[in-house]
Design a protein. Structure first.
Lengths: 338, 338
């Protein structure tokens, strides 16, 4: 690993987030109540659609990170519950808009909201949840937390627009791709982690540590997701192998395969990604090419690299159960694929 | 009018907003600079699309109201320029998402962003502008202004979802329709006006006065817009007569005509609004029915009613050029149609 690990903090315990779940259990119960109450509205369609999203059951990793990051610095108020809920709402709003933009029909093995209620409702309920997220943040009253989360909202949208630009563009470099996922995925992990020390009035260094943890965890998370889409393992994801391929998404495994491929292989990628020749045979061939060039393995290696940076970001902090739980999250992310 | 008017403040001067434009000229130059800078991004599509919106040239009524409302209470800082820009960004984001939801091809006589750059970019650039709006508000640092504007963001989205619900529903009552436009249009006028006294640290009563002015002005504004769509006058609007009709929108002139109509007329409305039998002949017939039942005239009468409430809301405030300019805005809104 090349990193000296504190044994207690660092031991890899079978890559589960049980410790994180345990530490944030009580707070998460309040987050879940708040989600239900703030996703409510007299306008029937809003709670209907919100219930669908809530029952779609993501792992709620981001709000748990916010809660643990606040606990870690001794925070004892109520603001972290609101901030964690805001983070989850921002995430949900992004998913709603993403599904519209990507024209996705399934997410986590369930029909997307847009296939049930239409694009219109998905756009507008996304806007509503974003508005509610900001109201909760304002309610907490920390201008610094507001600054971090509102900046993240801009950056995420910027990242999504960037992704439209690289969409179906096989000449996208790894660097360009990293810029996209840093904005569209990692920025929210980073903000989720940083608002913990902010609300706990921790030091600048502590804030920087959690911010760095979040951004690198987010990068690792997205790269593992990319690898999983080509069969790393589908047990945890609720998304089918090949979704990205069928949507013509240029992700790191594709970028590496394309850059490392022969002329003929590049022609195959162009037909698959640019001209939608992406049936099951094409998917099988794509995975074959990825294996030939080690593209999935190297995507995971890149994810590990960012995981190590996330780990080192937290290294100087004193040993706490929360620190250990955040280390677990890194291992858990990587372990989904290995 | 039934309202005792201070002669100096109240005289109707040919229904122009020249005084408002004059008073806010210097500040608006800064708003325009800020719009250009905050709509910027290294992601090329964002400034491209933003330039399109900016050159589409709305009147920028909302930010001018914010500026005048801050000046009115002696505000001398820089925050009102940022808040006014935030208000305009919120408005622009709403327009972008609206065009996607309504599948509109034209706005103010120009192609909509979605017909040029697609729905995807419109959704995402809308999200970006909303994020930038919140960043600017946070930058100003007034939690009270943040509270008002973030609440407005939720309410606007809620109103838009509500509108989906009443869409093509001819049984919508006038009350239900007023709830929709109060949320989707008037809430932003209200917030735009209220953040002026907030940032100027004016009294609770002053805040309430400007809030009430804004909400009623917004209602009047929307009702006049509804009337204009059936030919009140199209000189100012840059939208073609009949747009709402062709989109099957249930607005107040339609609601009144439907409720006042014969069985046979109601059948006509059902075919037109619910079954899209809305060619030019149908539009001519619709306008004929509206004239028969006085629906356009009464929509304008309702607008005047809210205009008078807006006027009375400001009545107790001391005479200032800004107060006179805000009275002008009421007259200007109504005069577009009469």
């Amino acid at each position: 690993m090349g990193v000296v690990l504190n044994l207690e903090d660092g031991k890899r315990n079978g890559a589960s987030i049980e410790r994180l779940i345990g530490l944030t259990k009580d707070d998460m119960a309040r987050v879940n109540d708040l989600i239900l109450s703030k996703a409510g509205s007299d306008v029937e369609l809003i709670p209907q659609l919100a219930r669908h999203l809530i029952s779609s059951g993501g792992k709620r990793l981001r709000p748990m990170i916010t809660l643990a990051a606040a606990q870690m610095f001794g925070y004892s108020g109520e603001g972290h519950v609101k901030l964690a809920t805001s983070v989850e709402f921002m995430h949900t709003a992004t998913l709603l808009h993403d599904d519209v933009v990507d024209e996705s029909d399934m997410r986590r093995g369930k029909k997307t909201a847009r296939t049930i209620w239409g694009n219109q409702a998905s756009v507008l309920v996304g806007d509503y949840l974003l508005g509610q997220a900001f109201r909760m943040m304002v309610d907490v009253g920390s201008l610094e937390a507001l600054d971090v989360l509102s900046s993240a909202a801009s950056i995420i949208a910027e990242g999504e627009v960037m992704q439209l630009g690289v969409s179906k563009n096989l000449e996208t470099t790894e660097d360009e791709y990293l810029s996209v996922i840093k904005a569209k995925t990692a920025a929210l992990f980073s903000a989720a982690a940083e608002v913990g020390p902010i609300i706990a009035e921790a030091s600048r260094n502590d804030r920087a540590a959690l911010r760095s943890f979040g951004i690198n965890l987010g990068l690792a998370f997205q790269l593992v997701d990319d690898a999983l889409d080509y069969g790393g393992s589908s047990r945890d994801l609720g998304k089918n192998v090949g979704d990205d391929f069928r949507e013509g998404k240029v992700t790191l495994p594709v970028i590496l395969s394309y850059r490392r491929g022969s002329e003929e292989e590049r022609l195959f990628w162009k037909r698959a990604i640019e001209e939608n020749q992406n049936d099951d045979d094409a998917l099988a061939k794509a995975i074959g090419l990825m294996n030939r060039h080690g593209s999935i393995g190297d995507t995971i290696a890149r994810a590990r690299h960012f995981g190590e940076i996330a780990r080192d970001a937290l290294a100087p902090l004193k040993s706490t159960p929360q620190k250990a739980a955040l280390f677990d999250v890194i291992d858990f992310c990587i372990s989904r694929v290995s």
